[in-house]
Design a protein around this ligand. Structure first.
Ligand code: ADP
Ligand code: TZP
Length: 259
């Protein structure tokens, strides 16, 4: 059985502590895919939610002091219950608050995966970045950035952009599907973190789950872009594509393994 069929047959509960901009697209994207999203804003729910959860996403896009405490409580409960934990360091270099929050999260908790765009991951890896906000302003070598991020953080790392790169302790890949319209809607990086958790929670291994997730997601974007030339209809078509396609779409994946 494919990971996508397993996911659809047994929808994973994905808890999303995510930013205020993308809550809607994250919930709708996960539901369309076949997963079960829940957003939370209350730290006293952490123990109970993490006993039932199949994944926890921490996305710092609109974090504040209240959400920081919530993130710590949830991450601790996720680690206690061995719940896969993904970190999206949105706008890492944009402020000291964001940098300190992410650095503290990484120091305190065990993350299954960290994913970010080139600018975010460059800054995290200690490389010089031109970043100012939440969008990537850099155009470097995705694989080199992912390697540098893994080396600096010791966490499996996905760098997103026109080319995506995934690096673990033993494996290095680049992924070449996707469409430029993904950069023209807000939330396409944020939703990907949640989708990755859904796949990882139903996959036999982190790498297979991560590669299937990114490829399926980006192939859905390609198919939606074919029929929707502008961002607003693309966004709708993309959610439809997450629902309408099945694992056979993955025959179009373009993944390259590197030595
Ligand atoms: N120019 C592009 N061509 C193809 N895919 C893209 C392009 N830009 C972004 N993507 C895809 O969009 C998703 C979000 O990536 P990115 O825009 O880098 O993240 P963020 O929204 O966090 O800045 C990823 O799945 C990535 O592969
Ligand atoms: C615009 C914005 N501001 C804070 S979070 C956010 C959304 C970022 O979403 P993505 O990085 O997935 O495009």
């Amino acid at each position: 059985m494919t990971t996508l069929s397993k996911l659809r047959g047994n929808p994973p509960l994905i808890v999303c502590i995510t930013n205020d901009v993308v809550k809607d697209i994250t919930a709708n994207g996960l539901l369309a895919l076949g997963a079960s999203p829940i957003m939370s804003g209350e730290k006293s729910e952490a123990a109970g939610l993490m006993q039932a959860a199949d994944g926890l996403l921490i996305n710092i896009g609109t974090a504040d002091t209240h959400k920081k405490n919530l993130m710590f409580e949830m991450a601790e409960a996720a680690n206690k219950n061995n719940v896969p934990l993904v970190l999206d360091p949105v706008g890492y270099a944009a402020s000291d608050f964001r940098r300190n929050l992410v650095d503290e999260l990484i120091e305190k908790y065990e993350f299954t995966l960290i994913k970010g765009n080139q600018s975010e991951m460059m800054a995290l890896a200690g490389l010089e970045s031109t970043s100012r906000g939440v969008d990537s302003t850099d155009a470097g070598d995705a694989l080199e950035i992912a390697e540098a991020a893994f080396e600096a953080l010791n966490i499996p790392a996905l760098v997103t952009g026109e080319t995506d790169a995934f690096v673990t302790r033993t494996r290095r890949y680049t992924l070449h599907n996707g469409n430029g319209l993904q950069g023209r809607i807000t939330g396409s990086g944020c939703l990907l973190g949640a989708v990755m958790l859904a796949f990882i929670s139903r996959s036999d291994g982190l790498t297979d789950g991560a590669l299937d997730a990114v490829s399926y997601y980006n192939l859905c974007a390609e198919s939606a872009a074919g029929q929707n030339p502008g961002p607003a209809t693309f966004r709708t078509g993309f959610i439809d594509a997450l629902y309408l396609n099945d694992a056979s779409l993955l025959s179009g994946k373009d993944i390259r393994q590197h030595e």
